[in-house]
Design a binder for this molecule. Structure first.
Ligand code: GNR
Ligand code: NI
Length: 165
């Protein structure tokens, strides 16, 4: 097990499109386990592989209160969605910044599990928000990309100030 380094916005690597996992292997499972550990210790409710500099279509999510309901999605696809809702979002790659983002209210996701088996899941509420946020990371999108240029520039400035030593 290992805690992985989380890339910080505006790192250009957060804007790359991740590759499909060709085969779910022991290496994949090792990465999933390290991602889960990294997410739990952050702490966060989701993490996408590109955030830890692995350009693969893998996400982990756990919205439970006690960090005991890990969900793993490999090569996830949203195959159905409906409704619109707005939710205040944050991101481990954009620390300390929160903004209201529009998402689908309900989604149906198809993905592979840790054994390479296809499954489908219907999600709503925070789980649906989180899955959409994570799949965005796989496509090189960070939630602040939905904000106006002015707001985004302000966020970049603030983050740069925070990392100045
Ligand atoms: O920990 C996280 N919280 C969160 C809150 C509202 C909407 C989305 C999220 S995901 C985020 C972890 C993260 O950055 N995942 O990519
Ligand atoms: Ni995020």
């Amino acid at each position: 097990m290992a805690i992985l380094n989380i890339l910080r916005y505006p790192d250009p690597r957060l804007h790359m499109v991740a590759d499909e996992v060709a085969e779910v292997s022991d290496d994949t499972r090792q990465l999933v386990s390290d991602m889960a550990e990294t997410m739990y210790q952050a702490p966060g409710i989701g993490l996408a592989a590109p955030q830890v500099d692995r350009l693969l279509r893998i996400i982990v999510v756990d919205i439970s209160e006690h960090q005991n309901d890990l969900r793993v999605f490999i090569n996830p696809q949203i195959i159905d969605k409906d409704g619109v809702r707005e939710c205040e979002e944050g991101c481990l790659s954009v620390p300390g910044i929160y903004a209201s983002i529009q998402r689908a209210e309900r989604i149906r996701v198809r993905a592979l599990d840790e054994n390479g088996k296809t499954f489908e899941l219907e999600a709503d509420g925070l789980l649906a928000v989180c899955i959409q946020h994570e799949i965005d990371h796989l496509d090189g999108r960070v939630f602040v990309d939905y904000l106006s240029r002015i707001k985004r520039d302000r966020i970049i400035k603030k983050l740069k100030k925070g990392t100045r030593s």
